[in-house]
Design a binder for this molecule. Structure first.
Ligand code: NAD
Length: 257
């Protein structure tokens, strides 16, 4: 039971296909008590029953991560429920659908701002509030989800690739700032997985096929594989690892042609 006695905040469950859900299942199976935050009341009826399946000790709260006021309210509620926090899973991203097709050069100022705000800045905002609760626990682990489109040009990924580059740089700066308090910050760069967010990217099915055809392991990434790596990053097994981007993508990122 790698997570026995530990409390985690999981941001980004929309439904059972969400990567955040695969991570939560893994953390809960190893004994973690989890607090889930979902974006809007519209999602409550999907997320609450799922969390119930995990067991009675978990909590579900609402928070739009693009609002500082809502993040403050979330942490005020968390503070009432738990004195400390051991891990934070950041598994959220958003860009306007029209900016996830065609050319990057057409990205609007507002679309650029929105994608970077929700997908990258939110990590900084959440980490800043989580840090004092983690420091009280003697340290903690923050894990974000990213994608290869931050490093290479992936057709249609466009502004989300730029936001993921900002997210990955934020992981490194946060790791440097929070390391002295024993707080580690890492990201998992996952291969394409069919989720609500992923299906918003034009040509997503082609991305799945490309990975299955060309990745060293010749298959797509399973959400459970990301869950296992997140468990490693949240547990003491990874106590010497921070500021790292770990690819869980069947090895696709090493392939040139
Ligand atoms: P998903 O649609 O299940 O999850 C995305 C989540 O982001 C949803 O729960 C949504 O409510 C949340 N969200 C969006 N805007 C928000 C806001 N303002 N406030 C709070 N929450 C907000 O899709 P997913 O694929 O599980 O995505 C999770 C993470 O994994 C994202 O960061 C995504 O970029 C990343 N990722 C996904 C893939 C993939 O192929 N699915 C690959 C690599 C990385």
């Amino acid at each position: 039971m790698l997570m026995q006695g530990k409390t985690g905040l999981v941001v980004g469950v929309a439904n059972k296909n969400s990567i955040a859900w695969a991570i939560a299942e893994r953390l809960a199976a190893e004994g973690a008590r989890l607090i889930f935050s979902y974006q809007s009341e519209r999602l409550a009826e999907r997320v609450a029953p799922l969390v119930k399946e995990l067991g009675p000790s978990h909590l579900v709260l609402q928070c739009d991560a693009s609002s500082d006021a809502e993040i403050d309210a979330l942490f005020a509620q968390i503070g009432q429920q738990s004195e400390t926090l051991d891990c934070l899973i950041h598994s959220i991203a958003f860009a306007n659908r029209e900016e996830l097709s065609g050319q990057f050069v057409t990205t609007s100022r507002e679309g650029f701002r929105l994608a970077n705000d929700v997908s990258a800045y939110s990590l900084v905002a959440l980490a800043r509030r989580a840090a004092p609760l983690m420091a009280k626990a003697g340290g903690g682990s923050i894990v974000a989800l990213t994608y290869l489109g931050s490093e290479r040009v992936i057709p249609n990924y466009n502004v989300m690739g730029v936001a993921k580059a900002a997210l990955e740089a934020s992981v490194r700066y946060l790791a440097a700032d929070l390391g002295p308090q024993g707080i580690r910050v890492n990201a998992i760069s996952a291969g394409p997985i069919s989720t609500l967010a992923a299906r918003g990217i034009a040509g997503f099915t082609g991305m799945l096929k490309q990975v299955a055809d060309k990745a060293p392991l010749r298959r797509n990434t399973e959400a459970a594989e990301v869950g296992d790596t997140a468990l490693f990053l949240c547990s003491d097994l990874s106590r010497g690892v921070t500021g790292e981007i770990i690819h869980v993508d069947s090895g696709y990122h090493i392939v040139g042609m």
